[in-house]
Design a protein around this ligand. Sequence first.
Ligand code: MIG
Length: 818
Amino acid sequence: MAESEKKEEIASEVLTEETLDNIQHVNNPVLDVPAIEKKYLGKPTSYVKSNNAFIFSDGKASVEVKVFADEIIRVRLAPQSSFLDDFSYALKKDLDLHPTSFSLEETDDAYLVKTAVVVCRIQKADFLVVFENVEGKVFNADHKPLHWEENVDFGGYYVYCTKKATADEAFFGLGDKSSNLNLRGRRFSNWNSDTYGFGFNQDPLYKTIPFYIGVTGGDAYGIFFDNTFKTFFDFAAEKNDRTSYWSEGGEMQYYYIHGPQMMDVVKRYHDLTGTHYMPPLWAIGYHQCRWSYYPEANVRDVADQFRKRQIPCDAIYLDIDYMDGYRCFTWNKRYFPDPKKMIADLAANGFKTVVMIDPGIKVDEDYWVFKEGKENRYFCRRGDDYFMEGYVWPGRCQFPDYTNPKVREWWGTLYRGLVEDGVAGVWNDMNEPAVFGRGTFPGDVRHYYEGFRGSHRKAHNIYGMQMVRSTYDGLKKLQRNKRPFTITRAAYAGTQRYSSVWTGDNIATWEHLRIGILQLQRLSVSGLSFCGTDIGGFTGEPDGELYTRWMQFGVFSPFMRVHSAGDTRDREPWSFGPEWEAICKKFIELRYKLLPYIYTAFWRQHKYCEPILRPIALLEQEKASNLQREEEFAFGHNILVSPVLNPGQQSKIVYLPEGDWYYYFDHTIYHGGQELQIDTPLDKMPIFVRAGSVIPEYPVMQYTGEKHIDALRLNIYFGEGRQDSDLYIDHGDTFAYEQSVYNEKHFIVEGKKDCLTVMQNQEGLYNERFDTYKIYFIGLPFNVNKIDVDGVSISVLRDEDNMPYFSVEKEFRKLTIA
Ligand code: MIG
């Protein structure tokens, strides 16, 4: 044996022995290497103050309690007293939160971090954290001290928080989960997943919104666990008296958000994570989608059919087949020889064109997007520096690292060609990210993570969000500050700042229609108000009745789009025969009549953080029975609906909140605060308007902006007492509203037995293009003798249907009718 070989043999032997030694040392108590097990906080023994925060220590671990606002307090845990970088993709950039005042008080048994509204009590005996209001009512309390477990494979810790759950406590939120509205008794995980044909209670789904609302004793609070790793929530499922949440990495970091109203919790969650910008008006019209409309003749034919049949429609979608071999940012020239011309013709006919863009970029040296991405090192790499490669529609693909601002910037510019072709909106799909075969990226893939670095374990749940963020930013620049329209399938908390969402690949079944109404209500209270389902169901075949009932629900979905898989039969509103077509047409027309009302609801969402869909629990949380209601919900402030969810259903029981409500179709008045049996013939659904409200209405148009409106119709529903309504109008397509170029009107309606007054005031700099209101009164309990507008009496007019109305200058301040 050569000398050198001998040495090597010895070396390897020695190495083996040493390694064995080391292993023994792990279990040698003298060397103080801790065993791997769950560790709990001990007793807090000291604290320091820094800015708005207090850091408590048990001698080893630290807990930071930071006051963000009177009602928002954040708790963070550092097992070895060093906190992780304080960076979050969820929070909006210009957080504008300040407590009015706060202080720390020490008593014999606790430290009390106090704001004007909340007391956060840190108990000296056990480090339990308890949130109370200033009167001492407990809203939320730890069941165990914060705990963690070292993660030897990946570093860091599994981090846990266990809260008490009271016997009556109900839980809401968590994004797109397909479970009952009240989450109690279930466990969930958050790991964005491509879940084609998902089922009731299937989990995880496409989105990660680690925010929930608890309601106990009639009071509400929220918890936002801002952790992007795979997170888990257990709502009194494993043990009836506790709710816990934990993660496979990152930091135990959560925001306690005080209520006591659920509406306030939801609004404050938006204060942290932002709202959706005002969508272009056309984006809230009716949209027609299909996997896929091609070739060009097919697209044109579908569009023509809409106009011929006089069914309103604002947008038509091109799914992946418009691309050349599924290469993003290219056209299949065989199917679409002159896209620019086609899109221009569609636009002339009132149609916007929306196209699909996926994250997977085909590995193809002759493809400019791939080449640019490769040259600039924009694609994700594995732990050992190989490229992250996986198969998706185009075949073998690489994937941009959207957590790098440079990559996002680049990706944004790639839309230039499509925008020049006239494309009006972009649909981002497969961004969980989805990869054929293993489902998604392996955990070792590396991400830039805004310079904070992370593996895919940390970046997975925000990948889709950063993709659509980059799409949004890019479109905004390319379209010269016109409002972009984007839609994404995957999302993390805060995605509403960049995009609308849809619920992914649902199924054409009645059960899925029901799941859809649960998901949209849940998304809406989770910050993602601009949401919709694939109307009719993506996969499977609906019959005319299911399709039509789903269309009815679609009118009251913030995002209204029919979509279906490629292997299904036609899904246009006329595809099921004239009987169903007539009903669908009527309901799509209703959507267009309600557009000014819906647009106002979007404004209330954008400016005042009010969710668009509001579950009954959010409207009347004090009644325990309301916490279980799922089928009826408010759509904006003044309309309440209860979609029909069963075949052959002749009537349904509908709960109406307190107050008086008008049945939309015949103006019958119902007293709320009770359940009522409502007839549900196929051409109707339970739609109710709150007494005292002002509902603006557009004439039916085939697409938004088709007709000039010279007199805006207002339907004023009589109600006793006072009721407020709003109307928001702006240019419809630019960000000028950020400079106050809008008109926000407030109506205060006060009804008495023999008279009704309507006061109007307004703010903003926009001058609407109509001059008068055409006012219709509904449900007046008295005969009209006199109508007075700012001191001048006016007379009744009759419209083409012989209905009485009043023509009133748009600037009126006070209108009295007696
Ligand atoms: O692997 O682009 O959820 O809406 O039509 C399927 C084709 C990819 C999934 C989306 C669906 C879309 C389809 N996509």
